[in-house]
Design a protein around this ligand. Structure first.
Ligand SMILES: [Zn+2]
Length: 245
């Protein structure tokens, strides 16, 4: 982590912000213990156990052609490795309560912000909490999915209950894109945590941003960091408590 001056600048930047919108990247989910298939060890283990890469399995075509294997993976890797919100979420929740953060936008599917009690969250890829019968449209919660063994079938009509998660090869619903764009357009500060400015999440948001300050907290250095006004290279869970409160 960088010098105290950096932290001081960041603290001042947050202090001066009136309307922060927070982008939550995948490194935050990984820090919280969520299954991380971008990690090469995790990906290798999946290939060994399932015979396919995580990207192949988590795709619309795989879901449609091999639902049994898809749901084995979904139960064993996703639902059993959901992690839990850490220190960074405790601070973010307080920032929301104190009307510093007005919205959180994420592509993570683990529902970490809402598990931390945050209220205004745009989950671009939906989450494990939203599951719907593909035929009659009845909604089911996470417990229903956890308790189902194999392919989950709707008790009302017998059709497959599908997680509403956006799989590879599917489009993000327009209402999510609109909601995210509207939140970003209102922000005076974008607080980007746990991803680079080159990430799909950040690139998708920045084009709607017309505020005054981009603050980045991410462990890895990247050439795109120079686009941000304030940068700290550390884990958000270590840095955020030092720069807020
Ligand atoms: Zn049904």
């Amino acid at each position: 982590m960088q010098s105290v001056n950096y932290l001081e600048n960041m603290r001042n930047g947050i202090e001066a912000s009136r309307h922060i919108v927070c982008l939550l990247g995948r490194n935050v989910s990984a820090d919280c213990g969520c299954f991380n298939y971008w990690d090469s060890e995790g990906a290798y283990a999946v290939e060994t156990n399932y015979g396919y890469s995580p990207e192949e399995i988590f795709s619309a075509s795989f879901y449609n052609t091999r639902p049994k294997l898809f749901f084995d993976y979904y139960h064993n890797e996703i639902l059993d490795k959901m992690g839990k919100p850490g220190e960074e979420f405790r601070v973010m929740k307080r920032m929301e309560d104190e009307r510093k953060i007005f919205a959180v936008i994420t592509r993570s599917i683990y529902g970490l912000p809402r598990r931390a009690g945050m209220r205004n969250v745009v989950e671009m890829h939906s989450s494990v909490y939203e599951n719907k019968c593909s035929h009659c449209g009845t909604w089911y919660d996470l417990d229903f999915m956890k308790n189902a063994s194999g392919v989950p079938f709707c008790p009302k009509c017998g059709a497959v209950v599908r997680p509403q998660i956006v799989l590879d090869g599917e489009m993000i619903p327009n209402e999510k894109i609109t909601a995210s764009a509207n939140e970003v357009a209102r922000a005076d500060t974008l607080l980007i945590l746990g991803c680079t400015l080159r990430s799909t999440l950040a690139r998708g948001a920045i084009k709607y941003f017309s505020g005054s300050r981009i603050i980045l907290i991410n462990e890895e250095e990247d050439y795109s960091d120079s686009v941000a006004d304030l940068v700290c290279h550390g884990k958000p869970r270590d840095v955020l408590p030092k720069v807020y409160g």
